[in-house]
Design a protein around this ligand. Structure first.
Ligand code: TZP
Ligand code: MG
Length: 212
């Protein structure tokens, strides 16, 4: 099912001009996002839990996947479809143990070694990036570029969500290089019309996949 993903929108309220996580998710789903990742580095869990539950309900209504970034506990409490961990979060093996076999586990990776390790640890998909320059997160890694996606595609069979600096202009090349789908923050969340931005991404990804 993850093999058929088209667009993951990551909610980041700091960039969203006052719109909250639920509003971002709702608008992105209306535009055709088929995965929503709740990402909040500062909010407290007591506040985030009802928002996570609300997003979960909206994702189910749209047949979209709901993932919680960083916090496996919040993912479980909200009955999310899964959680996404980075290289400085819970190790993937521990996250898998906590999530159980059914829920989805995504792991952020930056090179082929991390991608292979994520696959061995039981990840269902990997994030890979930063693809291009991004002001949204200081990842500590240089932009990886399109050739890096081709290298990752050779070493893992998992779906690859490419992340970092992905725009309407470069998303088709990212898919052509072997990514399954883009994971996008600013190009969607900063848009005045989130639904229109998500719909434009969805259309470009669909066209790029059709070209094979
Ligand atoms: N991980 C790697 S790059 C990145 C994250 C969370 C930020 C992506 O944001 P944007 O605005 O789509 O470049
Ligand atoms: Mg993280």
């Amino acid at each position: 099912m993850l093999d058929r993903l088209h667009l993951c929108v990551i909610t980041d309220v700091r960039l969203a001009g006052g719109r909250d996580h639920v509003a971002i998710a709702e608008a992105a789903l209306a535009g055709g996002a088929d995965m929503i990742q709740l990402r909040d580095k500062t909010g407290n869990l007591r506040d985030l839990l009802p928002q996570a539950r609300a997003i979960r309900a909206r994702c189910r209504a749209h047949g979209a996947v709901f993932i919680v970034n960083d916090r496996v506990d919040l993912a479980l409490a909200a009955d999310a479809d899964g959680a996404h961990v980075g290289q400085e979060d819970l190790p993937a093996v521990s996250a898998r143990l906590l999530l159980g076999p059914e829920r989805l586990l995504g792991v952020s990776t930056h090179d082929p070694g991390q991608a292979e390790a994520a696959q061995r640890a039981g990840a269902d998909y990997i994030g890979f990036g930063p693809m291009f320059a991004t002001g949204t997160k200081d990842t500590g890694y240089a932009a990886r570029g399109l050739d890096a996606i081709r290298e990752i595609r050779k070493v893992v069979a998992l779906p690859i969500l490419a992340i970092g600096g992905i725009t309407l202009e470069n998303v088709a090349a990212v898919i052509a290089a072997g990514a399954t789908a883009p994971a996008v923050i600013s190009a969607v969340v900063k848009a005045a019309d989130i639904t229109a931005a998500a719909a434009a991404f969805r259309q470009r990804v669909t066209a790029a996949k059709a070209r094979g």
